[in-house]
Design a binder for this molecule. Structure first.
Ligand SMILES: *Cc1c(COP(=O)(O)O)cnc(C)c1O
Length: 435
């Protein structure tokens, strides 16, 4: 597998280097040279594949011979011990992506990446430092994806007071090779500190740094699996297919675009945003204007400068008409999100997390705007987190308690351990050098 930088300055790399480096030196993002359609045979056999069999064929198709088949198979089997069911909710289907250990879709990317890096580092002498900025769910998924992976140390930066208690518990209680830094700032500050660290000469001379945010290609590849898995589960595959994706950094949506390039017949992707509507504004005006993120109830989407925007521009050659052909974009307030959670529960007895509610709203609005008949389409919205992760908020809206799944109870038992850090790069740098 050959990858290039979206800035076209840094040299091409193979998968190993792209995964271990995370970001090219020119500050672009790695992209696969070719994402070609999956062979006819794959689509014919799709109904007979298990998730893991399907995932293996897709991964093999993308990755080629960079990993031996038996190793790739092992990585997939170990990473995906849970399901991604497609469930009917009213006129639409929801793809539940929260059945992994941290109850969020980021498990799909993080568990694959953790094992892939583990494989690539098998014979490495020097320890690798993974730096992650999180607005909520990345931290826990990455922490769990890498927990006890040999040769890897993980440092998680998260904005103090801006993640839910449950989210915080999930990445501050693990210990072992996982350290959490509680940054006195916003998610954007955390992300900026991590980005700067990757470009800092002293740090790179002293440490082997790598990233695990959705900018790492190893997280994007496996996220394409579940789009195709959703399609596999449809009873009538001939109807036009729509996906609504609750978006923050747009890794999830980009992975959907990969799936489309591999031949999944997606009519339209719907980018559903909260008040952090930089992409929606771009979609409407053609002007991309990153800004500071604002806090919302769907906090994992509180992103003011979506890191995968560069990949989308690369895919569409920065041609907004092409973007609009494939993608629609909407934005919703917390009030609309809250009303949606309540309405969907009252009407269909289904509990949405705030992110999922934003996705539902986007799909529903698109269907209304385009005057589509819901009976003659496959409208799928992605559920990116289990509602229990936003327990109090959601429980107040639906007027019922949500049962806490066992795997979460086990996670939140531990004691929070974190290191306070100012939103200052030099302080962070010193800490890294001293630890
Ligand atoms: C990370 C996250 C998102 C946003 O996904 P991106 O790939 O960053 O667009 C949405 N919902 C939840 C629950 C998340 O954790």
């Amino acid at each position: 597998m050959k990858l290039y930088s979206t800035k076209h300055i840094s040299p091409d790399v193979d998968l190993r280097e792209a995964v271990l480096k995370g970001l090219p030196d020119d500050n672009g993002l790695y992209m696969p040279y070719t994402i070609s359609p999956l062979p006819e045979k794959f689509w014919k056999n799709l109904d007979n594949y298990t998730f893991c069999e399907m995932a293996f064929h897709i991964a093999k198709h993308l990755i080629g011979d960079d990993i031996p088949d038996n190793e790739l198979n092992k990585i997939i089997q170990e990473a995906y011990s849970f399901d991604a069911p497609l469930i009917e909710v009213g006129d639409y289907n929801v793809l539940e992506l929260f059945h992994g250990p941290t109850l969020a879709f980021k498990d799909f990317g993080a568990r694959f990446m953790g094992r892939l890096m583990g494989y690539f580092l098998k014979d490495n002498k020097k320890e690798v430092n993974i730096l992650v900025a999180t607005s909520g769910d990345t931290g826990s998924a990455v922490a769990h994806g890498f927990l006890n992976v040999e040769g890897i140390k993980v440092t998680i930066l998260y904005p103090k007071g801006k993640v839910s208690d449950i989210q915080e518990k999930q990445f501050t209680t693990l210990g072992a090779n996982i350290t959490a830094l509680e940054v006195d700032g916003t998610f954007d500050d955390c992300q900026a500190m991590v980005k700067r660290a990757f470009l800092d000469e002293t740090l790179n001379q002293t440490l082997t740094l790598s990233s695990a945010n959705s900018i790492n290609i190893a997280r994007l590849i496996p996220q394409s699996f579940y789009y195709i898995y959703a399609y596999k589960q449809l009873s009538d595959k001939s109807l036009p297919l729509y996906f609504s994706v609750p978006s923050g950094n747009f890794g999830n949506l980009c992975a959907g675009l990969f799936a489309k390039k591999m031949g999944l017949p997606i009519e339209k992707m719907i980018a559903s945003n909260n008040a952090n509507d930089v992409f929606t504004s771009y979609h409407q005006t053609g002007n991309f204007a990153p800004r500071r993120s604002v806090q919302t109830m769907s906090n994992a989407m509180d992103v003011g400068n979506p890191s995968n925007f560069a990949r989308m521009m690369d895919i569409y050659n920065s041609d907004i008409d092409k973007v609009r052909d494939d993608i629609m974009a909407y934005t919703y307030t917390d009030e609309q999100t809250a009303t949606c959670i309540k309405t969907v529960y009252d009407k269909y007895n289904y509990v949405l997390c705030p992110h999922t509610a934003v996705a539902y709203l986007g799909l529903d609005e698109y269907v209304y705007d385009e005057d589509l008949n819901p009976n003659y389409i496959n409208g799928i919205f992605l559920s990116t987190a289990h509602p229990v992760k936003f327990g109090e908020t959601v429980e107040q809206l639906i007027g019922e308690e949500i049962e806490i799944p066992e795997r979460l109870q086990a996670l939140i038992k531990g004691e929070k351990q974190s290191i306070p850090m100012s939103a200052d790069f030099e302080a962070f740098k010193q800490w890294l050098l001293n630890n």
